[in-house]
Design a protein around this ligand. Structure first.
Ligand code: FAD
Length: 455
């Protein structure tokens, strides 16, 4: 069957807008339906500045859509983590070891506006703001959409519909109810609240700007990402209930005492720290996995709608952009019908989404706890040394995920397991690099790890 050249995309978040841009640039026509009003308009809510870490896979996607140069002015480079201990001491842990091995902080809201501009400028994209998907009728193969202002319900043909409507996807829920996708959603026992540090005098940064700051405290943590305007967006991750939890910080007095005790070096810089810890909305975190992402050639789930991951590897958006790259490549490679395109997409990307979902969960423990362990720092040093000696074979797992878009997440996970075992073995009796037989470690790595050709 011929593949239609028109696509309906539900959700104009990061994934929906980037995909619309890519498809329009390939000569397809796209109708994009977004529940919210246009964030670029005068009636848009002035949202808080929330930032996201952008890394190689996301950059690759923006580049392929011709949008990277538009986004570049938003980006603040981060070269590593600055770990803040309770006594105020700090340590810089670099993310990578080459000059270009850095990640970038970007404002979610500004990025979204730029991507909407890019989609419109690509031509052939019609955006319907204030139009929310409300369900999917599998028998009629139609999605239902509500024009919110007109209070008018109508249907659109699933020929096809691509659902990029985020972690709470109504289309995923409808397909799941019909038994099509086998979705599971596991919420973390921890939630988050966003706080802020304003710019200092003359727009100066009040913390070092070229890093992601972490205050790891074992069961919980605070992080800060820089914004181009000199301010920082902070995220406090804490258990939702329990002894030290958002539930227990239920008064400004309790919150003030907690912030001063746990984060004494930064608490005075935070705007209304105690009030915002109590009053700001609590965000939930979870992992969504599905057995399948498509219903024949009619509907495809993509981005968070298909696979929400916890944010501790900074990869949810990067994965969503990688989805767009993979889908575009499959469309280019053949004239197969939508059913085959969706099935090929699922075959390729499903294992990768599962791999980064696992790695993101592991990274929470690394960020809030393991970074404080001197052995962790030693393993990182040995990993960099092995990478210098065997650059085609030993690439630290963090670097594979963040800096090597050409290495699938699933491969990063598999190789990462082999590497971690080796790093633990060779650091078990050592306190510093000089005490490790690096030649033996390199020989073991060369034997266990085949070269990665594409690097
Ligand atoms: C605290 C936190 C920190 C994060 N940090 C990072 C990070 O550093 N790096 C990173 O890569 N990722 C990060 N992520 C993940 C990232 O935000 C998501 O993976 C990414 O936004 C997914 O994009 P999306 O387009 O699939 O979904 P969304 O961005 O959620 O977009 C969905 C869109 O669909 C619209 N929509 C929803 N329902 C409907 C409907 N029924 N009809 C029509 N439209 C609808 C929404 O309004 C929205 O515009 C973080 C997430 C959280 C929660």
């Amino acid at each position: 069957m011929m593949r239609s050249k028109h696509v309906n995309i539900l959700g104009a978040g990061q994934c929906g807008t980037l995909l619309a841009t890519m498809l329009a640039r390939k000569g397809m026509t796209v109708s994009l339906f977004e529940r919210n009003i246009d964030p670029r308009g005068e009636f848009a809510a002035a949202g808080r500045s929330i930032n996201l870490a952008l890394s190689a896979r996301g950059i690759n996607g923006l580049n392929k859509a011709g949008a990277l140069s538009r986004v570049a002015p938003l980006l603040v480079p981060m070269r590593g983590r600055i770990v803040h201990e309770v006594d105020g001491s700090t340590e810089f842990l670099p993310y990578g070891q080459r000059d270009d091995e850095q990640i970038y902080s970007a404002s979610r809201g500004e990025l979204n506006k730029i991507l909407l501009d890019a989609a419109e400028d690509a031509g052939n994209v019609e955006i319907h703001f204030g139009h929310a998907a409300t369900g999917y009728d599998a028998t009629a193969q139609k999605a239902r959409v509500l024009d919110i202002e007109a209070d008018n319900d109508y249907e659109i043909e699933a020929n096809p519909v691509i659902a990029a409507d985020g972690a709470g996807s109504v289309i995923r829920n409808a397909l799941d109810d019909a038994g099509t996708v086998g979705a599971s959603e596991i919420l973390l026992a921890h939630g988050y609240k966003e706080l802020a540090i304003p710019a200092g005098p003359d727009g100066a940064f009040q913390l070092k700007p070229d890093a992601l700051h972490i205050w790891p405290r074992g069961e919980f943590m605070l992080i800060a990402l820089p914004n181009p305007s000199g301010d920082f967006t902070l995220t406090l991750f804490l258990p939702k209930v329990g002894e030290t939890s958002f539930a227990s910080l239920n008064s400004e007095q309790a919150a003030a005492q907690f912030m001063e005790e746990q984060f004494p070096d930064v608490a005075p810089l935070i705007t209304d720290a105690a009030r915002t810890v109590v009053e700001n909305p609590l965000g939930l975190l979870g992992t969504v996995r599905c057995r399948h992402w498509h219903a024949g050639g009619n509907v495809l789930l993509i981005g968070d709608a298909a696979h929400a991951v916890v944010p501790f590897h900074g990869q949810g958006m990067n994965l969503a952009f990688e989805d767009c790259v993979v889908l575009e490549r499959i469309l280019e490679a053949s004239a197969a019908d939508w059913q085959d395109v969706f099935s090929n997409f699922e075959n390729e990307q499903h294992r990768n989404a599962n791999a980064i979902a696992d790695m993101a969960l592991e990274n929470y423990i690394e960020m809030r706890d393991t970074v404080l362990d001197p052995k962790f720092v030693l393993r990182k040093k040995l990993a960099f040394e092995l990478e210098r000696r065997l650059p085609k074979r030993f690439i630290p797992r963090y670097s594979m995920v963040m800096f090597h878009a050409e290495i699938p997440y699933s491969v990063a996970q598999q190789r990462g397991e082999v590497q971690e075992k080796l790093l633990k073995e060779f650091t078990s009796d050592a306190d510093e690099l000089g005490q490790i037989d690096i030649n033996a470690a390199a020989a073991a790595a060369a034997e266990l790890l085949a070269p990665i050709e594409a690097t």
